[in-house]
Design a protein around this ligand. Structure first.
Ligand code: TUI
Length: 308
């Protein structure tokens, strides 16, 4: 059951991909996940030189495949798109937009391209453009999200495309992986669970906020500005939602979010910073190494499958 079209496609042991989280997913985290048998992903958000140095560092830490996530709303996307070709990265995942204008170049460079999509129509478009697989992300996920839930979206995309489907959003343990396989996915992407990994660089305050979160502790900000983002509730979200409710200017609302993720991730300011996390945060109770996380996930997956 561990071996799926995704483990074959990506040449990895287990069908578990670590989400590429902006300002969070660096070489150390990605290499630890890949070494543990999953697919580690480095975030492509940041200066082109910093991203290049993270890619090179990951190569020095593991001989196993890893990927780079390209956030398409970023400023230097053209440069990062070129960089992954120069560095011969094995896999590119994309988020927050359409990667169509880069696909041909990536394919020419033998990069496996896996866009993250929030709907059936976009999944079909990505398949037509030559995507090797697709990550279908439900709105349970942390960060920038679409409107549909994983449970309803995954089977609809599975029926609409031929390429392998990877489920994301709301998956935090082996039962979630088993459920995803039942829906027709052949792998999962998980972000929130890896936030609390020992190898994850986020500030201890951020990790503790995830560990202490209950099921009802996330909010979606940015609906009014068409940039919905799921985060853990704090002083910033209360202010954000108050401004949104009072129909404040988009520029005033967006100014509040500027630099907020970095504030939480690096400075550990979990009151005024943006603590992105998915709805599954309430399930996550302890800090573990990536190896421990992946071993536990696979044990739970096998147990869940035996049980049914
Ligand atoms: O990208 C994500 N999640 C993210 S990106 C991010 S960085 C950020 N920082 C501050 C504010 C906002 C973002 C944090 N979390 N997930 C993947 C994802 N992609 N979710 C939704 C989409 C998406 C949306 C529209 C993908 C494609 C799309 O349209 C494609 C088209 O064809 O127009």
């Amino acid at each position: 059951m561990k071996y799926t079209r995704i483990t074959d496609l990506l040449n990895i042991e287990y069908p578990i991909i670590q989400g590429g989280m902006a300002w969070i997913s660096d070489a150390k985290l990605a290499a630890a996940v890949s070494e543990a048998g999953g697919l580690g992903i480095i975030s492509g958000v940041g200066s082109t030189e910093d991203v290049r140095s993270e890619i090179q560092k990951a190569k020095s830490l593991t001989n196993k495949p890893f990927g780079v996530n390209i956030m398409l709303m970023g400023k230097n996307v053209d440069e990062i798109a070129k960089l992954v070709c120069e560095e011969k990265v094995a896999v590119v995942t994309t988020g927050a937009g359409s990667p169509s204008r880069y696909m041909n170049e990536w394919k020419k460079n033998n990069i496996k391209v896996i866009p993250v999509v929030p709907s059936v129509a976009i999944a079909k478009r990505m398949e037509k453009f030559g995507a090797d697989a697709i990550i279908v992300e439900g709105m349970e996920a942390g960060g920038h999200i679409g409107q549909l839930t994983t449970m309803s979206l995954v089977p609809q995309v599975v029926d609409a495309v031929e390429i392998p489907v990877i489920a994301a959003g709301g998956i935090g343990d082996g039962r979630g992986i088993a459920a995803s396989l039942m829906l027709g996915a052949c792998g999962v992407q998980m972000g929130t669970r890896f936030l609390v990994a020992d190898e994850c660089k986020v500030h201890e305050n951020y990790k503790n906020k995830v560990i202490n979160a209950r099921d009802i502790d996330t909010e979606i900000t940015g609906v009014s500005t068409s940039h919905p983002v799921r985060v853990l509730r704090n002083k910033l979200t209360r202010e954000y939602l108050r401004l949104e409710k009072s129909n404040a200017d988009t520029s005033e609302i967006e100014a509040l979010g500027k630099g907020a993720l970095k504030k939480a991730v690096i400075d550990g300011d979990v009151d005024n910073g943006s603590v992105m996390a998915g709805q599954i945060a309430g399930l996550i109770k302890e800090k573990q190494s990536c190896k421990e996380i992946i071993t536990e996930l696979i044990n739970e997956l096998e147990e869940a499958i035996r049980r049914v």
